[in-house]
Design a protein around this ligand. Structure first.
Ligand code: ADP
Ligand code: 5GP
Length: 224
């Protein structure tokens, strides 16, 4: 849709973006998501619902909505999930309501979800607003080191995540952007650059039509 025909653009408002971060567990996407949120407090984080138990330090309603299987099933049945998937034997899903409220209000929403969720959102009616970013670890040895260093999962959970990491990585080419998270500060800088550039796309700049109209009015005045 061009700026001229999108009513939101001519009104000077825009719908928010859906920024999807995926990676194998341990590559650093939660850390990067946190840093992006600190950089730009207008970003809204999509707090997923999950049936997995909370890790030490995780807060209900902040990191996740921790729910039981029955509650999760009901949320799906009521059509309240934008996407949902089974990951590592637990269910995860992105509640639709807060996302719609944020993007209709012009706020960009950050998702920390797996490739299955990324595919579902990229295939939904919201696809034009999706910016998807895949985070790769610098090496598999470093991925394992980070999973251990996080120190929050029992050994067999870490083993299972390592075993699944290859399958998650196999989806890298489905994403708009791919970052190798070697140096954390460097990756954060690149993420900021992606977000800044995506927001500057012509079709996403509110008020451009109006601005150019004013420039043209100035020409008319000057040529009188
Ligand atoms: P994910 O959300 O992808 O599972 P986390 O963000 O929890 O991963 O990161 C896993 C661990 O690796 C954390 O202890 C985090 O501090 C650390 N970490 C993340 N990025 C880097 C990096 N670039 N260099 C070193 N350690 C990192
Ligand atoms: P963790 O248990 O480490 O927090 O997350 C495990 C995996 O589930 C990660 O790859 C994370 O991105 C993914 N995940 C978290 N929330 C959601 C969600 O709402 N939907 C989907 N599809 N995946 C999610």
């Amino acid at each position: 849709m061009s700026n001229e025909t999108d009513p939101a653009m001519t009104k000077g408002t825009r719908r928010g973006l859906l920024i999807i971060l995926s990676s194998p567990s341990g590559a650093g996407k939660s850390t990067l998501a946190r840093r992006l949120m600190e950089w730009d407090d207008s970003l809204s984080f999509s707090v997923s619902a999950t049936t997995r138990p909370a890790r030490p330090g995780e807060r209900d309603g902040v990191d996740y909505h921790f729910v039981d299987h029955e509650t999760f099933r009901q949320m799906i049945a009521r059509g309240e999930m934008l996407e949902h998937a089974e990951v590592f034997g637990n269910f995860y899903g992105s509640p639709k309501g807060p996302v719609e409220a944020a993007i209709n209000d012009g706020r960009d929403v950050l998702f920390d979800i797996d490739w299955q969720g990324g595919q579902q959102i990229a295939g939904s009616s919201l696809r034009d607003a999706v910016v998807s970013i895949f985070i790769l670890p610098p090496s598999i040895a470093e991925l394992e080191r980070r999973l251990n260093a996080r120190g929050q999962d029992p050994a067999q959970v870490i083993r299972a995540r390592m075993e699944k990491s290859r399958a998650e990585i196999s989806h890298w080419a489905e994403y708009d952007y791919v970052l190798i998270n070697d140096d954390l500060n460097e990756t954060e800088t690149r993420l900021r650059a992606i977000l800044t550039a995506e927001r500057l796309k012509r079709i996403r700049q509110p008020g451009l039509v109006e601005h150019v109209r004013r420039l043209n009015a100035e020409y008319e005045e000057l040529m009188k």
